[in-house]
Design a protein around this ligand. Structure first.
Ligand code: AMP
Length: 413
């Protein structure tokens, strides 16, 4: 299928051709016709599948066909609610690129940044608004935002939004929009609470599922290192010296952990920066830009800060801490091997994280390959927890074998 088959108009086709998109991705093929048909949708798609364009392109097309007269001024007709500032900025950049050859205007608002410039942009009038929930409600309360003309509401990364405690804000925003609007709900996973939200705000939605919630890309080689907690930093340094190369994201569970690791890596001569919720918006954006421009090759992040962020050519993801929620592992791994590329995922697992590993393996139906050829092994007598449903990881390694994986022995501690 081509973008032309999706009945997109010329200005939009021109912009996506300039972005270098040849054909629609699966989520775009399945979603764009329903959105153009003004249907509500609930879409479960992993990050990196092209889901931003899946809602942005048809929204632009619908608005392009019915533009406000310049005399009356612009009204906000599409609202995209996103859980984090980074995601909101990324979505806004996409809208701006896709709208290059239209007269449609978009703006992005988020917390943690000065409110005045955002108010100024809104006063000039925009057709499309991308917002984080808190700042949106704040500005609505101040009467800067009128949601009476919303035709399409998008809730992006709904599962993360609910995990971050935005449920009441999301419900409030939904109620502030007209009843007749179209609602598009996107979520990497559809846990019960997202299902519940969908049942209260969507009308006869079309369900679109692109990849299984629990699947990790076939192109990611996933390895696990068992290591005592106290030796994790040393093992991480050892792997960076000998095994892990290229552009790397390292995930840590806590902000404190991120800062600590960043200091250690910089002290050891690595080019590293970090993002987490306690850093100012400017500092987070600076770190991301440096990483994207390859001024640093290591980005250390918490899950919330890094969710959905689109970075081209990421070579490796390191799970310095294993996540307690198994779906988070899938999101992390989704950062690498995008658009058919291959990638590596390294997990450092301490004794207390073995149950997390077991939950992950159960979810992804795969047993990660154990790397025991390293200087900081965990007690060899400790027994692993293995779920029977997890298969051996070798099926995920077609076509790419690192030096490390050649050396590995398949053995559990
Ligand atoms: P997303 O899942 O929206 O974060 O998109 C992931 C990446 O895929 C982004 O870098 C997009 O620019 C890119 N992308 C989106 N649609 C296409 C397409 N049809 N062809 C090629 N790349 C795409």
């Amino acid at each position: 299928m081509s973008f032309k088959d999706l009945q997109l108009n010329r200005p939009i086709l021109r912009a996506i051709a300039e972005k270098g998109y040849d054909n629609p991705t699966l989520v775009q093929e399945k979603t764009i016709p329903s959105v153009l048909d003004k249907k509500d949708v609930i879409v479960s798609a992993q990050t990196g599948t092209g889901k931003t364009a899946a809602f942005a392109l048809p929204i632009l097309q619908l608005l392009f066909d019915k533009q406000d007269s310049p005399k009356k001024g612009r009204k906000i007709k599409a609202l995209i609610v996103s859980p984090t500032r980074e995601l909101a900025i990324q979505i806004s950049e996409n809208f701006k690129a896709y709208a290059t050859y239209t007269n449609l205007e978009s703006a992005v608002i988020f917390g943690g940044a000065s409110i005045e410039p955002q108010i100024e942009v809104l006063r000039k009038g925009v057709d499309i608004l991308i917002a984080t929930p808190g700042r949106l409600l704040d500005l609505h309360k101040q009467d800067v935002i009128n949601l009476d003309y919303i035709q399409t509401l998008v809730l992006d990364e709904a599962d993360l939004m609910l995990d971050m405690g935005f449920i009441d804000d999301v419900k409030k925003i939904e109620r502030l929009c007209p009843k007749t609007k179209q609602t598009l709900l996107f979520s990497a996973t559809i846990p019960f609470k997202v299902e519940q939200l969908a049942s209260t705000i969507l009308t006869d939605p079309k369900r679109i599922e692109v990849a299984q919630n629990s699947s990790t890309s076939k192109n990611v080689n996933q390895l696990v290192y068992f290591v005592p907690k106290k030796d994790k930093i040393e093992l991480c340094l050892h792997l960076l010296r000998n095994t892990i190369k290229g552009n790397i994201i390292i995930f840590r569970r806590t902000k404190y952990g991120v800062d600590k690791l960043e200091k250690t890596l910089i002290k050891n001569g690595y080019l590293a920066d970090s993002i987490h919720g306690d850093k100012s918006q400017t500092a987070r954006q600076d770190a991301l830009n440096k990483f994207k421009k390859k001024e640093v090759n290591i980005l250390i992040a918490t899950d919330v800060a890094a969710r959905g962020i689109d970075i081209d050519h990421l070579d490796a993801v390191v799970n310095f801490d294993l996540p307690s929620v198994p779906e988070t592992y899938v999101h992390r791994i989704g950062r690498t091997a995008r658009a058919g590329q291959s990638g590596m995922a390294y997990s450092l697992c301490s004794a207390d994280e073995k149950t997390y590993l077991a939950d992950i393996q159960k979810l992804i139906h795969l047993q990660l390959d154990v790397m025991d050829d390293h200087p900081f092994p965990l007690d060899p007598k400790a027994k692993p927890i293995v779920h029977k449903s997890a298969k051996k990881g070798s099926k995920h390694k077609k076509g790419r074998k690192s030096e490390a994986s050649k050396k590995k022995k398949k053995r559990w501690y």
